[in-house]
Design a protein around this ligand. Structure first.
Ligand code: 2M8
Length: 416
């Protein structure tokens, strides 16, 4: 067996805390939402039971209104901030109060395909959970029915300190009721993490929403950060396609019709976010009404769930090539060379294996198999050279952030 494959499996085993997988030891000692969806797809390649278990444990944290939180605090740990006492969600199993990109249903379809016939019984409760969450997105995060879902916190994007948030986040005050006692910078170099000021704004938003009793309508009203986001909507649409597929398979015709209508709505709304002059799709800041023009990876993720016209796809892929030119590792999360680009600082420039995974699937969907193959090889080479790091400096190739990282291991298994 390829020694790296073996190593990837050992990382997933080492990060297992009893049916769920932590992203990495100490830095992230709980179960994270989209991390677990990627990890489940990794497990599905060799241990289908464990793959299902990962999603089942995540669903333990689902709220009555359908939201699946971004963190489930299954067991206490002192190595992470903010913990359950900061979130104050009063959920039976402690959880955070915000969500994360809905990769769950995408994973569920993959698990079902890996499990083969006869797996319907196990998949049913997970399908129900995914559908409930899907409905939550459209009701809580798109109350006006635009087809684009909004994020109320940068952590919900998974791309926490992306330049995409610079303008919107600057409006959020730096004052907090909760003392900000960071733990992350004790585990990894502070230059690789969000800045203190970002953390104060992150926690200001948590305080605001906790004061709303985590009621979605109140949060919507009080939010000083509200972005109708293109990457999340693109992932939601792919999740919607996979959910519709599962609904038909399970004989849930009415569900399938309902989901298909939501998919259509998002498909149309996303197309309206294409900006030919930027050669990217854009998010919309719902507080200012402006396009989010920051040059980040989010603008390319619609490849994953749209069958693009040739002209649009060509422009998008040419722009991707410009961004990747002369880099050791593709694909950068911020356009190289622009003022906000920081090749080592977290979501402000580095290459991430899971983003590449989404882009590779999107490139293949749109017929760019060669470009997808190049990106796949770049990702594999980065991991084989530097190990299973959280992310990679695209210029030097250096593995950065946490090590022995679960979603990098899952991505390796899937892409290798
Ligand atoms: C990072 O985010 C967490 C907050 O959710 C943090 O920095 O404390 C992000 O990379 C996010 O996308 C990821 O899910 C999480 C765990 O890997 O870490």
């Amino acid at each position: 067996m390829n020694t790296h494959t073996d190593q990837a499996k050992r990382i997933l085993a080492a990060n297992d805390r009893g049916g769920y997988t932590v992203p990495t030891d100490r830095l992230y000692p709980f179960q994270w939402n989209w991390d677990s969806a990627f990890v489940a797809m990794g497990f599905a390649l060799y241990d289908i039971d464990r793959a299902y278990r990962e999603l089942e444990r995540l669903v333990e944290g689902q709220w009555a209104d359908g939201m699946i939180p971004h963190i489930v605090f299954h067991a206490p740990s002192e190595t992470y901030f903010p913990g359950p006492n900061v979130w104050r969600t009063n959920h039976t199993i402690p959880t955070s109060g915000i969500t994360q990109p809905p990769v769950f249903a995408i994973a569920l379809r993959k698990l079902h395909e890996a499990a083969g016939k006869g797996a319907e019984e196990r998949i049913l409760p997970l399908y129900e959970a995914a559908l409930k969450w899907h409905r939550w997105w459209y009701s809580a995060r798109d109350p006006e029915g635009t087809g684009l879902v909004a994020l109320l916190h940068p952590w919900e994007s998974g791309s926490d300190n992306s330049p995409a948030w610079d303008i919107a986040l600057a409006r959020v005050p730096t004052t907090t009721d909760t003392p900000v006692v960071r733990k992350d910078t004790g585990h990894v170099d502070a230059d690789m993490r969000p800045r203190d000021e970002d953390y104060r704004r992150f926690i200001h938003l948590v305080d605001t929403y906790a004061a709303c009793g985590w009621d979605p309508a109140k949060q919507w009203e009080k939010a000083s950060f509200k972005v109708a986001e293109i990457q999340t909507t693109a992932i939601l649409l792919k999740a919607g396609e996979d959910l519709e597929h599962l609904a038909r398979l399970l004989g849930r015709t009415e569900d399938a019709i309902e989901i298909a209508a939501l998919n259509d709505r998002s498909r149309r709304a996303m197309m309206a976010q294409w900006r030919p002059d930027l050669a990217r799709f854009v998010s919309r800041d719902l507080i200012s009404g402006d396009d989010v023009e920051a040059a980040t990876q989010a603008g390319f993720i619609p490849l994953l769930s749209l069958d693009l016209d040739r002209q649009v796809a060509e422009a998008l892929v040419s722009e991707m090539k410009v961004w990747s030119k002369d880099l050791k590792v593709a694909f950068p999360t911020t356009k190289p060379g622009i003022a906000s680009w920081e090749p080592k600082r977290y979501w402000r420039g580095p290459a991430w294996a899971i983003i590449n995974w989404l882009l590779i699937d999107g490139l293949k969907r749109n017929g760019y198999t060669d470009v997808a193959e190049e990106l796949r090889q770049s990702t594999i080479a980065a991991i084989e050279t530097e190990g299973f790091a959280e992310y990679f400096d695209p210029v030097t190739g250096q593995g950065c952030g946490g090590l022995g990282f679960s979603w990098t291991a899952a991505a390796y298994l899937w892409l290798e």
